[in-house]
Design a protein around this ligand. Structure first.
Ligand code: CAO
Length: 555
């Protein structure tokens, strides 16, 4: 293991070049060729890769610093056996100053040459508007360079120096600018093609107004007059310097401002860079910007804020509500976001059916009120809820077809031999569903106590994850609030849920006359993939019978 100070290599004559991005952090392992920093002049962005493998021990520069050839970049603890070719004998091991390895030099020359390459073709000055073929200018020896972007549409008017295409090598992307103003007739190449110097890439009709000055060759450019020859090997310090080209480079077409590695990442992830907001210097798009963009899309897809492609469901269009009046944006709590995602998932995946029935809770209510004093002594509130929990648990035992989940393999049903009942609780943070375990084995007092406690914990935001897991069936009661009925959404992976509305005194025919009875409206929604209507009919009748005659709860 040895220490290496990696220095800024030959910048092709540029000095005091600004650092706009630091691509590594202290402690990072870097490989040979991995980008360390990004430099930028007003014409080009250059990535300076590492000449050695190792671990970053110290950064010696920061974003905004200006550097020249020989400036220290960082200290690297080189991997065992790793030493710069020219450092093998040097003590202490420092500086990736001069790399004498021939292969490395070759690579440097090629990269440097390509960076230099696409420069404005010499101004064309025909006597009148004419149609000319545009050819790829001197690429400084680089061959088979990828076209990554066509920057204008055929038919578009372009000014001299407007970017027409973007080329990219491993190390740099660069614009090929229009040699003069005109109308782009057609491209002769497509994104993904590889081009070499002299290849015809487009046809342009020149503007008559720019045609006056000097005679114009039919075919552009004049390779002999291309500026910026490749950096001579002996001037190249580290293997992959990107000396400043004279023409515009890297910024890319269509207003996108991103370096080669960011463009590469965007292509790998299928990201349209025109949609990414750059946070770098002068709004340059960094790799972190692309990652943040992708993360945001994923989060929005998971929370149902945008349609996931492939569902065929068109997204709800985004609306600027401020056009209608005053608004404010309030952040959604984590629970609300999770609920939104869970509800959207259940709504989209589960074929719901909802059945309705009324339970006669006249006797239950009389009994419950008789027990009020004792409930107070015990310190619990005795509402219809524990009776409903007990009745649902026993109905699940009686109709085990309701106590299932669908297996993810699509080939099996998971039959549960335990009965845990979830209870939806409205809290300031959103809807939560604590679970009462083994509800079939517990008495009414215990269920009242536990449901009181869990509801209080939910409202206080003190539920533990384990207290919200493992439910077989959920009860969602809006009874205290009112309403005559609602259709609850199944709390997947459960296959059924019961919605409870407000009990009301209703006239019920007893065979001889109408009798005023306290009727509780109930609704059971179920997943029709797991449960059929007849199954629900049996389950529901059993449950309603138990609620209507609570003596059955002790049988
Ligand atoms: N009909 C008439 N009165 C009812 C009733 C019903 N169905 N259910 C409860 N009540 C009465 C209670 O008896 C109590 O009155 P008393 O004090 O006079 O006895 C009063 O309403 C308040 O009850 P409560 O709400 O405090 O207690 P609960 O056990 O009925 O409910 C809980 C507890 C946690 C389920 C409830 O507070 C809650 O948060 N419900 C919201 C659930 C929800 O938002 N679901 C989502 C719907 S969309 O899926």
């Amino acid at each position: 293991m040895s220490d290496i100070i990696v220095k800024v290599p030959d910048l092709g004559g540029s000095e005091n070049v600004e650092i706009i991005e630091i691509s590594v952090a202290v402690g990072d392992s870097v490989e040979v060729e991995q980008d360390l920093i990004v430099l930028e002049t007003d014409k080009a962005t250059m990535e300076v890769p590492s000449s050695h493998a190792g671990v970053v021990r110290e950064l010696l520069v920061k974003v905004g610093d200006t550097v020249s050839e020989g400036s220290d970049i960082l200290a690297l603890t080189a991997e065992a056996g790793e030493a710069p070719a020219d450092q093998a004998d040097a003590e202490p091991a420092v500086v990736a100053d001069v790399v004498e390895d021939a292969a490395v030099e070759d690579a440097a020359v090629e990269d440097a040459a390509v960076e230099d390459a696409p420069v404005a073709q010499p101004p064309a000055t025909p006597a009148a508007a004419e149609t000319i073929e545009l050819t790829v200018p001197d690429l400084g020896g680089a061959t088979d360079v990828d076209i990554i972007e066509l920057s204008v549409e055929p038919g578009a008017s372009v000014a001299a120096e407007d970017s027409l295409l973007v080329l990219e090598t491993d190390k740099a992307s660069m614009d090929v600018p229009a040699p003069q103003a005109g109308t782009l007739v057609a491209f002769k190449v497509a994104v993904g093609d590889k081009v070499n110097e002299g290849d015809v890439y487009a046809v342009l009709t020149t503007s008559a107004s720019t045609a006056a000055a000097t005679p114009q060759p039919d075919v552009m450019p004049q390779p002999d007059v291309m500026p910026q020859p490749a950096a001579a090997p002996e001037t190249v310090a580290a293997q992959t310097v990107n000396p400043e080209p004279e023409s515009k480079a890297v910024v890319g077409g269509k207003g996108v401002y991103a370096g080669p590695s960011s463009r590469r990442l965007a292509r790998q992830l299928g990201v349209d860079l025109t949609k990414v907001t750059g946070s770098g210097v002068r709004n340059r798009i960094t790799k972190d910007d692309i990652r943040a963009y992708v993360k945001d899309i994923i989060q929005k897809a998971e929370t149902g804020q945008i349609a996931v492609s492939g569902t065929g469901i068109p997204a709800v269009p985004e609306i600027d509500f401020s056009q209608f009046g005053d608004i404010e944006l309030q952040p959604m709590s984590k629970i609300k976001k999770l609920t939104a995602a869970n509800m959207a998932r259940a709504w989209l995946n589960v074929p719901h059916v909802t059945q309705f029935d009324d339970a006669d809770i006249s006797d239950l209510d009389v009994f419950r009120k008789d027990m009020k004093a004792e409930a107070e002594r015990r310190g619990v509130k005795l509402t219809p809820m524990p009776f409903l929990i007990k009745a649902a648990a026993l109905a699940l035992r009686a109709e085990p077809g309701f106590n299932v989940s669908l297996h993810a393999d699509g080939e099996h049903i998971v039959q549960k031999h335990y009965v845990h009942i979830g209870m939806a609780v409205d809290t300031p943070n959103g809807l939560m569903v604590p679970v009462i375990r083994d509800a079939d084995k517990k008495g009414i007092w215990q269920l009242a106590e536990e449901s009181n406690e869990l509801a209080a914990k939910a409202r206080a935001g003190k539920l533990k994850p384990a207290e919200m897991q493992g439910g077989c069936f959920t009860i969602s009661s809006l009874g205290a609030m009112g309403g005559t009925g609602f259709t609850p959404i199944v709390n997947t992976p459960e296959v059924a849920i019961m919605g409870v509305s407000k009990a009301q005194i209703k006239p019920v025919w007893n065979g001889k006359e109408f009798e005023p009875r306290n009727m509780l409206p109930l609704a059971v929604s179920y997943d029709h993939r797991a449960i059929n209507g007849a199954d629900c009919g049996r389950f529901f009748t059993t449950l309603v019978a138990m609620i209507s005659d609570i003596r059955r709860l002790v049988l």
